[in-house]
Write a protein that binds this ligand. Sequence first.
Ligand SMILES: [Zn+2]
Length: 363
Amino acid sequence: MPGRARPPALALDLFRMALPFKISTLLYGFSARDEVLLLERAQEPNLGQWSPCGGKLKTQAGESPYACACREAHEEIGVALTPADLHLTGIISEHGYQGQAHWLMFLFEVKRRLVELPPPIREGRFAFFPRAALGDLSLPQTDREMIWPLFWRHRGGFFAAHCHTHADGRNDWTVEESTAAPRPPAREPAASQTHLPDQKLDALVPVVDLHSDDHFMTEALRQARRAFAAGEVPVGAVIVREGRVIARAFNQVELLKDATAHAEMLALTQAQAAVGDWRLNDCTLYVTKEPCPMCAGAIVHARIGRVVFGASDPKAGAAGSALNLLQFPTLNHRCAITGGVQLEVCRRMLRDFFAEQRNKNGD
Ligand SMILES: [Zn+2]
C-alpha cells in the first residue's frame, strides 16, 4: 500500500537485494605431495588470513569463469592453464556478504600438480599446507565453517551451496546440489583386461586417481626426454608408492651398452633399493611406452601392483598388445593395467625420435 512505512527488517532486506552481485573464481592448487596452495592475504578483505588465490571476473568484458581462472593462475601463480586443466568442484553464492555485496564464487581445482611455490605478489605470500594443518591456520569464517568441509567432501565431484548472511553475523547455509567424486576407475579398461571378471578387476585396482596418473606420467615423460637428449630410444619410467616417486629412470641401453638397461628395469632396481624389499605390491609403475616382454616379466617378478603406460606397442608390447604377460593366467602375480595415459605426447616423442634417426641415417 503506498505511503505505508515498511518494517525495518524488510527495508534492510530490500536494501540488500540492491547490493551488487560480484563474481569470482577460487583456485585450489595442489603440490605433488597433495598439499594445498594458499595465499596469506596482505589486504582487506581477509587481511592476515589464508585462502586459495583467485579473483574477480571481468564481467564488463563478459569473461567466462574458466577464462578468469586461467588468467588468475597466470597472473598470481605464474602457471599457464587452459580450461581443460580445471575441474569445477563447487559454486557458492553468498547473499549479502559483510553487508557489502552478493558473491557468486566458482571453486576450481587445478588438475595439474604445481611444481614450485610461487613468489609473493601484491595480494600476499604463498605457502603449501597439508590438509591436516588447516585447522591451525587463520582462515576466513565461512571458509572454516563450510567451504573447506564442502570442498574436501566433494573434491573430484561437484557441489553448489548458498549462504545467507544475517546482520548479526549468523550464516544460513543450503547445499543445493551435491555429487560425490566418481568412484575410481572410470577409464575404459584396456582390451587386455576384458577377459578378467569384473570382481577380479576390482580387486586388482585399489585406488586409481586419474589426476595423479597424468601427473606421474608427466614425470615419466620428463625421464623420456632425458633419454631422447642422450640419443637413446625415448622411454621413461617412474615408480610411485603412497603418492611419492621412489624411482625414476630412462632407457640407457646405448650408454651402458646393456640390452637390459630399459627404463623399467632400472626403475625396478631403484625402487627395490628404496623400499628395502624385492616385493613392490603397493607400487605403481608409470612408463611412457608399453613394457616389452623382458620388462613385463621383471615387473611380474617384482609384484608391482599396477602398471600405467602411455603409448602401446603393437609389435612387442607385453601388457596386452602383442601378448599380456602382466596378466598371464598361470603366473602367480597379475598387475592392474591402465593404458593410453598421455597417449599423444608419449607417441609423438617416439615418432619424433625415430624420424630423427632416419634423417641422420639419410634414408
Ligand atoms: Zn623393456
